[in-house]
Design a protein around this ligand. Structure first.
Ligand code: MG
Length: 245
């Protein structure tokens, strides 16, 4: 067993992210319509719809490509710009964005882990220190899975996003475990597998729903259909090594 620690991606590796984001956007839009009716002029098409929120979110992300690692800032800024465009003053727009982001952020953590994930993490944590590195802004401590992790790192906190090798190297350095001793686990061929490999970590690609590997890209060191399959393999390999002289 060449691994001393595991580092895992969050979104679409431990839970499906789309349902949480859609639900968070709906609640945010409802909150804004209720608490900031000035942004939704009577008799007009509401300025705060999910489609409008997404349009602003994409526009702001396009204007600030250099802050792609900070999804919290991008979403708050999009809400602020949307409020300004709807006629709110600077202070009111900033207040609205902050309040709306809190609604979004709380619901963004109402994630439903994939069925096998809680038991797999519980078992893996008995043998490996588990860490998180995510480009998203979810904090695993705010989910039911937080207890399994030694520490969680985000692109926002590090100031650099996957696949940049510096993100992975920062995790290894912080944990005091050399990059060559890690297995990085994620669903994204580029951000997770190419990124972790370029940093010197071994890689595991979790390919749920029969996802296809991109043609022409060097494959991950390991491929698993889900975390249960990975856990079975890692624990068996570990056991084998312990028994061998
Ligand atoms: Mg992912």
């Amino acid at each position: 067993m060449p691994y001393s620690a595991l580092c895992l991606d969050l979104d679409d590796t431990l839970w499906p992210v789309a349902p949480a984001i859609v639900s968070a956007e709906k609640l945010t839009a409802a909150f804004l319509a209720r608490e900031f009716p000035a942004v939704v002029p009577v008799g007009q098409v509401p300025a705060i719809t999910i489609a409008e929120m997404r349009r602003w979110r994409e526009q702001v992300a396009g204007l600030h490509a250099g802050r792609a690692y900070d999804l919290t800032w991008l979403r708050t800024e999009a809400l602020r710009c949307q409020a300004l465009a709807a006629g709110l003053g600077e202070a009111a727009a900033t207040a609205m964005a902050a309040a709306a982001f809190e609604v979004f952020f709380a619901e963004r953590h109402a994630v439903e882990p994939y069925a096998e994930v809680p038991a797999a993490l519980e078992r893996l944590a008995t043998r490996f220190p588990l860490y998180v590195l995510s480009n998203g802004n979810a904090d695993p401590a705010r989910t039911s899975l937080g207890k399994h992790f030694r520490a969680a790192f985000s692109a926002r906190g590090l100031g650099v996003a996957k696949p940049d090798p510096r993100a992975f190297q920062a995790v290894a350095e912080s944990a005091g475990i050399p990059v060559g001793r890690w297995l990085y686990v994620g669903d994204d061929p580029h951000a997770d597998v190419v990124g972790a490999r370029s940093a010197g970590m071994a890689t595991a690609w979790v390919h749920r729903h029969e996802k296809q590997w991109p043609a022409g890209l060097e494959r991950a060191d390991h491929e698993f259909a889900d975390l249960g399959e990975m856990m079975d393999w890692l624990m068996a390999a570990d056991e084998l090594q312990r028994r061998s002289p």
